[in-house]
Design a protein around this ligand. Structure first.
Ligand code: M6R
Length: 600
């Protein structure tokens, strides 16, 4: 979703800002802009569409050492030039970028901006206009900035420049992520460390309702009430090369390929000296103390949660429910006495999940976040965190985070069993290594999946994925992957459910991909395939070694039946990738989607 960058130093700001915005492109956006401050005043350039359009619009002769930049994913007002950020106050003195959503902006507009003609449809413009109104009423800029932010209800990360003060960036945040990057003779602002890794690897985390005045050689953090806050910077554990594509044509392909290595990395991250998987005592204790686990997540992370439920119940013997984050808060089920809430989120920033986290914390329940991003909002705010160690995932379509989530959930399930003195009945250390090798075999078979994608998806408008038991959960994930990047209408179904309605959609040539990795339902899913082929479907069976039959289009290397999603999903990720590629789509940045969904 929206991204923010800011720079104050000695160098030309525009290239640093543009480079920073490019690193945030993966989050999804539909317009971009920068504001530069020099002796001639403030220069704003903004355009609808890609950053390349913005670059073309920038006057290269403008030299400035202070600036802010923004990528916007439209919420209030359509994606056009007028609604793109930065927004300026009526006189043009203040220029501001904002991520998040201001819930009470209409009320604020009516209350404070009666005489001001707004130029956009955004909630953001209200903020910058209010600051100017307060300054015109006689307030100092810093006080007006703090007062305005204290009146906002909702989420925000904000950076502002003042045409009359070339020595400061005004920054504030609540619920939306924002970091201040520390340099020598310069400082930067970014909604994601990745944006500014090229110029610094030292960042200061901001907490909600904090304001920062950033100058070239000083960073002053304070509360909204103006009380000073001291906080040391941390070193970002990211390498600039982690966020490059290298020789890959797309991040998604690189990230699919990284999956075996991620599973191996996770194994070493969570193994003790004797080679046994060992999570922290706190996490163990939290699971042990709970009578039911509630997994809260969205999208792909929700699908990993469904697999996690199976693992936690079958291996760990912990009753587990999985809920879609955006539904849970408004439709809360009857809860058990001692629940443990697990938030699964690649980004750790998903607003729907965070809303539930805030709600259940208020109810006094224990919380654990499983995320790929250390220091992310969900990680900071939960009682415990388990990291995915997957490295930055840049492609909007999540791949390596999904398999890492499943691996961590398997570890948690084994820990739950051990903590309760139950035999987990799986040598997880060994079985995860076997799964990693199997994943490697599959990523090395790209031509097979490319050929299948051509054969099944070249001329279709829809596609069905079916499975039973845990294969059904993988079918849901396969369908999501395919629809989000290829734009083919795709659905995942439980094999046995087709005949209760969906089979009506099957016609001559409809592609149906069946996943068959589970011994106890192998016969059933094959019967479902017969039902659809009898009605004209073009079936493609992906089975597991040992369960395979003649005519199956891909046979997966055998792995423990609790871990089959780790391998069965890999060819299906590739299937989606090649379908999107053949259709000429932007694989890494599919239309309408954002990587980090920071609005509810
Ligand atoms: O960062 P999160 O895991 O919380 O994100 C949740 C979903 O937005 C995400 O999984 C989304 O469905 C992906 N684009 C799927 O590929």
């Amino acid at each position: 979703m929206c991204g923010i960058v800011g720079y104050i130093g000695e160098q030309d700001a525009k290239d640093i800002l543009i480079e920073g915005l490019k690193k945030l492109e993966y989050r999804g956006y539909d317009s971009a802009g920068i504001g530069l401050l020099n002796d001639d005043g403030v220069h704003v350039f903004k355009e609808k569409g890609r950053i390349s359009a913005l670059e073309a619009a920038i006057d290269r002769s403008v030299h400035a050492t202070v600036g802010i930049g923004h990528t916007r994913w439209a919420t209030h007002g359509e994606p056009n030039r007028e609604n793109a950020h930065p927004h300026q106050s009526a006189s043009g003195r203040f220029t501001l970028v904002h991520n998040g959503v201001i819930d009470n902006y209409e009320k604020l507009r009516n209350e404070y901006l009666a005489g001001v003609q707004l130029k956009s449809d955004t909630d953001t413009e209200v903020i910058v206009q209010m600051i100017e109104v307060f300054v015109k009423d006689g307030m100092a800029v810093e006080a007006a900035f703090r007062k305005t932010l204290s009146l906002l209800h909702g989420s925000y990360a904000i950076a502002m420049i003042d045409a009359e003060n070339p020595d400061a960036l005004f920054v504030g945040k609540n619920k939306s992520p924002l970091l201040v990057g520390v340099g020598a003779g310069f400082n930067v602002v970014a909604s994601d460390a990745m944006a500014m890794l090229k110029v610094t690897d030292r960042f200061i985390e901001l907490l909600d309702e904090e304001v920062v005045i950033v100058s070239r050689d000083h960073i002053r953090i304070m509360t909204l009430a103006g009380e000073t806050v001291e906080r040391a910077p941390f070193k970002a554990e990211l390498d600039a090369s982690d966020i490059e594509k290298g020789t890959y044509p797309h991040y998604m392909l690189k990230e699919i390929d990284e999956q075996p290595a991620v599973i191996r990395r996770l194994l070493s991250a969570y193994q003790d000296e004797s080679g046994h998987i060992r999570l922290s005592d706190d996490v163990r204790q939290a699971v042990l103390a709970s009578d039911r686990i509630y997994i809260i997540a969205a999208g792909t992370s929700y699908h990993a949660g469904l697999v996690g439920k199976q693992l936690l119940e079958n291996i760990g013997k912990v009753p587990t429910e999985v809920h879609i984050a955006s539904e849970f808060g408004y439709n809360m089920p009857l809860l058990s006495k001692n629940p443990l809430f697990i938030f699964i989120s690649q980004s750790g920033e998903t607003a729907d999940s965070r809303a539930v986290l805030v709600q259940v914390k208020k109810l006094g329940f224990r919380t654990l976040t499983i995320t790929n991003v250390p220091g992310s909002t969900l990680s900071r705010e939960a009682d415990h965190t388990l990291l995915l160690h997957a490295g930055p995932e840049i492609a909007v379509a999540s791949t390596k985070a999904y398999t890492a989530q499943i691996a961590v959930l398997a570890m948690l399930a084994v820990e739950a069993a051990r903590a309760k003195g139950i035999d987990p009945n799986i040598d997880l250390e060994k079985e995860l290594s076997i799964a990693a090798n199997a994943m490697q075999t599959l990523v090395d078979q790209k031509e097979t999946m490319e050929a299948l994608a051509k054969e099944y998806l070249a001329a279709t408008r829809n596609c069905f994925f079916i499975g039973r038991a845990v294969d059904y959960y993988v079918a849901l994930e396969a369908a999501l992957k395919l629809k989000e990047i290829s734009y083919i209408q795709a659905e995942g179904f439980a094999g046995g459910e087709l005949k209760h309605g969906t089979i009506a959609l099957i016609e001559e040539g409809t592609p149906v991909v069946a996943i068959a990795t589970q011994f106890h339902v192998n016969g059933n899913i094959r019967s479902n395939v017969k039902e659809v082929t009898a009605r004209g479907a073009k079936a493609c069976i992906i089975s597991m070694e040992g369960l395979n039959e003649e005519g199956d289009r891909l046979v997966l290397p055998e792995v423990h039946d609790a871990l089959t999603p780790l391998v069965s999903v890999v060819p299906l990720q590739l299937f989606a990738y090649y379908a999107a590629l053949h259709r000429g789509n932007d694989v890494d940045k599919p239309r309408n989607l954002a990587k980090s969904v920071t609005v509810e």
